[in-house]
Design a protein around this ligand. Structure first.
Ligand code: HEC
Length: 240
């Protein structure tokens, strides 16, 4: 989509549609366990407040007619993601995971299997003896898979985003994706889901793209990257 070619009311209509979608998204975002505290801890919520749109902003009321979202005209990419996240954070003042995780710029390596080369450890293994070369191949191939996921995770184009938004804009280094908590009942979807279902939920909603084939190479790579970023975390399915 060439944004600059879309003018006036058409552009405004698209922004409105996106923001209404976002309002619906926000409504579904709260973890059930957090909802009560969040509402209590959020006396400055925008509910009911009027904000005035300036010449450079678009002012949109959400479906419930209570909240107002104001963003600059023609926003895409990081700017759009920031505007949307800013709104989300005003409703969730305690959730500073984005800032916290931005400080951790790490691409985690796969497990160190060098113990297999020592003594007799590898010898009784069902696939036979391993060489250092085997270990290098495993590590290289695993990293390649994960790097592919990282590439897609960081690319609005690869994800097919209509608004140039990619996952890292809200989940730097896969922060707050919690792959170790799946399968779990996901409130937004009203059922027990796998990680890939939640990935697709974000693909369709904040990223505004067509859902990925659950078994396709992009989804598989995204899963690999997200899991890799949580290396060392205890598996805890069902955790909220
Ligand atoms: C505009 C911001 C935004 C973008 C872009 C975004 N997400 Fe999300 N995502 C969220 C928010 C907000 C939540 C809900 C967090 C919460 O409830 O704590 C969420 C939740 C998730 C979860 C579930 C986390 C959990 O605790 O169970 C996963 C997995 C996820 N996103 C993956 C992705 C992937 C993959 C992409 C890219 C395809 C993506 N997200 C893009 C904002 C975003």
């Amino acid at each position: 989509m060439n944004w600059t070619l879309i003018r006036g009311s058409a552009r405004r209509a698209i922004v409105c549609a996106m923001l209404l979608f976002w309002a619906a998204f926000l409504a579904g975002c709260k973890h059930p366990s957090e909802t009560a505290e969040l509402d209590a801890a959020d006396p400055q919520s925008d509910a009911g407040k009027e904000t005035v749109a300036t010449a450079d902003t678009v002012d949109v009321k959400s479906c419930d007619g209570e909240n107002t979202v104001q963003v600059a005209k023609g926003l895409t990419g990081q700017a759009m993601a920031d505007a949307l996240m800013d709104q989300w954070q005003r409703n969730h003042p305690e959730a500073n995971w984005v800032t916290e995780e931005k400080e951790k710029h790490v691409f985690l390596p796969p497990a160190d299997n060098s113990a297999l080369l020592q003594g007799d450890q590898g010898k009784g293994h069902v696939y036979g003896n391993f060489t250092e070369r085997d270990l290098i191949t495993w590590a290289r191939e695993a990293e390649k898979f994960v790097a592919e996921g990282s590439r897609i995770f960081h690319s609005g184009d690869e994800l097919g985003s209509q608004i140039a938004v990619s996952c890292d804009m809200c989940h730097p280094h896969a922060a707050n994706t919690h792959p170790e908590t799946y399968p779990k009942y996901q409130v937004q979807l009203g059922r027990v889901v796998l990680l890939r279902d939640m990935i697709n939920w974000c693909v369709e909603n904040p990223v505004r793209a067509e859902p990925l084939d659950p078994n396709g190479p992009k989804m598989r790579a995204l899963e690999a990257y997200i899991m890799a970023q949580r290396k060392g975390t205890v598996m805890e399915y069902g955790k909220h």
